[in-house]
Design a protein around this ligand. Structure first.
Ligand code: NAG
Ligand code: NAG
Ligand code: NAG
Length: 394
């Protein structure tokens, strides 16, 4: 298996890596041109993005992502896809689903088969676009209507009266128009536990006295008759549990502690020694030894062949850390105490085989991806530790 992630974060720098080039290309040209190798590398990269296979995008073409998902993406991410504020989203995944029934009635069915079993449901919402009443019924004596959303239950197993379960109900002004959002979390949880129980949702509109409202008075856009941008939609907020503990937390206390840790044990595993040899060779080839710093590393989704299913961003700057960590390590090198001691041991040659510390990311940011899944649903997902925020000698 190819340890692809290592190329992001390892202290071992690849001599041909240049910021402007796609790193996968470098890996291919350097080590092996075979398609097998390439697909293995892409597979590993997909794993980083939590997928087994790239979504199939043959039929997509003209499909437009829901405006809600585009707005959400722009709220949580900057142009590069980097998360603006990690506390904005509760979970790390937002999925949107279009209605499969496209019924004349206000009845909906959403296929949730793309939701992974491991995903923890936080909130589920039904988004309906309320249309203005038709002109003929503008002068209605009612000002409000009671809109209720029901989960349809299996009638064959229950009494007829128990055929539906109320999920959400609200008074809505009759003359309003625009999106109405209803919470349907409980229903979605039960559907995900038992796929067969998903018989859909029913919406009823009644007057305040409880009688059925005229269907021309209160209307919701349907997938069949109205513009794509007004389609009924289910929005599901989940967490896939893939959040990693951030470097910032684990290394929080690494600087500024006055007492030096005990001296490093003077033994190196063979493989590690090999890497270190490669690294010092690289530095010699570089000629001058630039100090540890953060340099650009653009990951271009088009070059990787993912632009068909990723809506945003087109790519992102992952950055990489490069440079030497020689004695004496200044505070601008953000050294750990361990790195400071190691650099001293190295400078004084107190112990054989001890190299200078490594230049590595010491702060990592998450990025957001807006993409089409296998079922052509638009998904927003946050991935931790994707962008090197700063580099330090460790
Ligand atoms: C490159 O690919 C060929 C054929 O798949 C394989 O025999 C060879 O071992 C590979 N070399 C490396 C360095 O992975
Ligand atoms: C839901 O979608 C999946 C994959 O697209 C499909 O295999 C399955 O039959 C669908 N289920 C329903 C109830 O339509
Ligand atoms: C249906 O209702 C009757 C009376 O209310 C009750 O005795 C019966 O158990 C119910 N059946 C089911 C399947 O819930």
């Amino acid at each position: 298996m190819l340890p692809l992630i290592v190329f992001f974060f390892s202290c071992v720098s690849i001599s041909t890596t240049r910021p402007t080039l796609n790193y996968l290309e470098n890996v291919f040209s350097m080590e092996n041109e075979s398609t097998e190798f390439r697909s293995e590398a892409i597979k590993r990269l997909l794993e980083v993005f939590g997928m087994e296979d790239a979504p199939v995008t043959i039929t997509r073409g003209h499909k437009q992502p829901p405006q809600y998902m585009l707005d959400l993406y722009n709220t949580v991410a900057d142009v590069d896809g980097v998360t603006k504020d990690p506390h904005l989203l509760e979970g790390n995944t937002v999925r949107s689903f279009f209605d499969k029934l496209r019924s004349e009635q206000i009845e909906f069915l959403f296929n949730l088969s793309t939701v992974a079993r491991s995903e923890k449901v936080l909130t589920a919402e039904l988004h309906l676009f309320k249309l203005r009443p038709q002109a003929s019924v503008i002068f209605n004596r009612h000002h409000f209507c009671q809109v209720s959303v029901y989960q349809l239950l299996d009638n064959t197993k229950m009494n007829i009266s128990q055929g539906k379960k109320l999920l959400s109900s609200r008074l809505i002004p009759i003359h309003s128009s625009g999106w109405e959002v209803f919470t349907i979390t409980q229903a979605v949880r039960s559907w995900l536990m038992n796929e067969g129980s998903n018989l859909g949702l029913l919406v009823t509109v009644r007057t305040l006295s409880g009688s059925q409202m005229d269907v021309k008075t209160v209307r919701f856009a349907s997938g069949r008759h109205h513009h794509h941008s007004k389609q009924p939609m289910l929005v599901l907020f989940t967490d896939d549990g893939r959040r990693t503990t951030s470097l910032e937390n684990t290394l929080k206390d690494s600087n500024g502690s006055p007492e030096a840790p005990s001296l490093p044990v003077p033994s190196l595993p063979l493989s590690s020694a090999g890497h270190r040899a490669a690294r010092s060779l690289d530095y010699e080839e570089d000629g001058e030894r630039m100090p540890c710093q953060r340099l650009p590393l653009y990951v271009d989704f088009e070059e990787i062949g993912w632009s068909g299913w990723i809506v945003s961003p087109r790519g992102y700057n992952a950055y990489h850390c490069k440079g030497s960590c020689p004695f004496p390590l200044g505070q601008n090198m953000r050294p750990t105490n361990h790195a400071t001691v190691q650099s001293i041991i190295n400078a004084l040659k107190l112990t054989k085989g001890i190299e200078t510390p490594c230049c590595v990311p010491d702060k990592l940011f998450s990025i957001n991806l807006l993409y089409f899944d296998d079922d052509e649903n638009v998904v927003l997902k946050q991935y931790d530790d994707m962008v090197a925020g700063s580099c330090g000698c460790h």
